[in-house]
Ligand binder design. Sequence first.
Ligand SMILES: *Cc1c(COP(=O)(O)O)cnc(C)c1O
Length: 400
Amino acid sequence: MQYSKKCANIQSSVTLAIDAKAKAMRAAGADVVGFGAGEPDFATPHYIVEAAIDALKDGKTKYTAAAGMPLLREAVADFTNKNLGTAYRGENVVISNGAKQALFNALQALCNPGDEVLLFSPYWVSYPELIKMADAVPVFVPTKAEERFAPDLDAFERAISGKTKAVILNDPCNPTGAVFPESALRKIADLAEKHDFAIIADEIYDALVYDGAVHFSVTQINDAIRERTVLINGMSKAYAMTGWRMGYSLSCPALAKRMASLQSHATGNPNTIAQVATLAALTHENPEFPSMLAEFDRRRRYMVETVNTIPGLSAFLPSGAFYVMVSIQGLIGKRCHGRTIDSSLTFAELLLDETKTAVVPGAPFGAEGYIRLSYATDIANIQKGLARIRQFAEGVLSSC
Ligand SMILES: *Cc1c(COP(=O)(O)O)cnc(C)c1O
């Protein structure tokens, strides 16, 4: 039997593969420290859990409209308007099974075969695959570590072609933690107008910014830019609701309608109980958020400070999300137990084998020479894991 070419070309997530190996080692009794987590280690806030329990007791267990409950669509519009000063309404909103499905919907609804979608690298691993699933072509625009992974606008302009259909902006960025400067976002928006392409703005980490940084959204620029933008957000990160699978898009109503039709046949409505809980989440203050943010901030500082005392490694303090990109360039080319550390993948494999510490290699994110450390794990774990990484790095440098 021949399977489809489309799926043969989709790569399974490398981040999940390392995670799976670390979990298997842990299940076999090994004391593994994991820096791979792409989800908060905090529990979903109590008031949201209570709302879900009430939904079940009240029998809110039936289908809703495919695009989500009208009340929730309005609540998402209100919540976004309150944060951004925009003027969205329920008709702009589609509720989806996580931000992932919202991204999938957007790319399917925008792209024709051969269209190009621009994206800054390092990038989140799922984007190139989501673009390919829409029969479109990812076009990578590099950013530089020396510039704290801020968008390179000259490179961006050069990458625009007659086939450019959209750009994906992930701000704050996974994996770099970069928060894009407002001036860069304005320039990108100008170019989108000039060359008539769409902006897909994945702002899932918008609440997780530090040092008083204020996140700016391209949708705040003006109505015309908002019209050509699909704003993506969701509950996974700021509300610690990864397993609930709740995300959403805000776009012009015509595109929202098409995405809703697609979704109606692919999955139908997202989970009704999770929708009711999300309605409660967005219409009340989250009393647990400030302490979560403060704890992430504390870990972020500790991690970067400590990494910079480890020989061969370096990192800068990122402004958002919950990841630190660590340069391992000081260890590339060195040997360990007969193997040369020739790539971030080899580094991650050796580190896991030798020290039972799981990190995510940069290569699948377009960041060779780097590893990604998540600080969505408690300080004790971070301490323990970094001590192991120090021992490994020192061993490699004195040629272990
Ligand atoms: C975690 C994450 C998402 C959210 O995915 P969900 O499907 O909502 O869980 C989206 N984009 C990026 C860049 C992420 O890191």
